[in-house]
Design a protein around this ligand. Structure first.
Ligand code: COA
Length: 179
């Protein structure tokens, strides 16, 4: 049995320091067929550029970056973001984005632990309505449903799989004010 993952909020400086490890998780997910904004093959350079942008967003205060680490070794197992940058009439809302768990760390509760902490971080920041979307019928859809997220509906042909072909997307929301 593995120990439970350690979930941490990264500072902007820590995010910059962990760009390579974050890129490795993203590349692994894309290589594994996850539809998470990128087409395959995803180069290390493009993956690192993405995470450098995320680190800049953390520095600007428009998002929170959480990571799951292996206790002891500190190996990066997964990550998720709470994104605040919203129109001025939605100061209470945030998006949950880029929930990614390395294939070798899946099915041991890392995704669930990341989401619980992301929700807690959003609540601490005063956010009460959270929104996300995910590939219809995938592992993530089951995860979010299990954690109490409400399913709004499906948008057909919303995105592409990393190696081509359309995939549908399911939109979810969760109210976290009284959770
Ligand atoms: C979706 C994703 C984040 C889930 O991460 P995960 O760490 O495997 O999630 P969990 O371990 O919390 O749950 C996954 C499954 O493992 C099961 N599980 C959790 N802990 C377990 C344990 N200790 N032993 C056995 N099974 C366990 C859960 O019940 C769940 O089962 P189900 O899929 O049959 O419903 C991961 O598959 C992923 O990164 N996918 C690719 C990227 C992606 O699509 N992200 C979503 C973008 S919106």
């Amino acid at each position: 049995m593995s120990d439970p993952p350690l979930i941490r909020v990264l500072s902007a400086e820590e995010a910059k320091q962990r760009v390579d490890a974050l890129a490795e998780v993203l590349m692994d997910c894309v290589e594994g067929g996850a539809s998470v904004s990128f087409m395959a093959p995803l180069s290390a350079e493009r993956a690192r550029a993405f995470w450098q942008g995320v680190a800049a967003g953390v520095a600007a205060g428009d998002r929170i970056l959480l990571v799951a680490e292996e206790p002891g070794s500190g190996e990066l197992l997964g990550t998720v973001q709470v994104v605040f940058a919203q129109p001025e009439n939605q100061p209470h809302r945030a998006d949950i984005a880029k929930m990614l768990v390395h294939r070798r760390a899946r099915r041991r509760g890392v995704g669930a632990a990341l989401m619980r902490e992301a929700e807690a971080a959003a609540r601490r920041a005063g956010k009460t309505v959270l929104v996300l979307d995910t590939v219809t019928g995938g592992d993530a859809e089951r995860l979010y449903t299990r954690l109490g997220w409400k399913r709004c509906g499906v948008i057909p042909n919303y995105a592409l799989w990393p190696k081509g072909g359309f995939c549908d997307t399911t939109v979810f929301y969760k109210e976290v004010s009284d959770a």
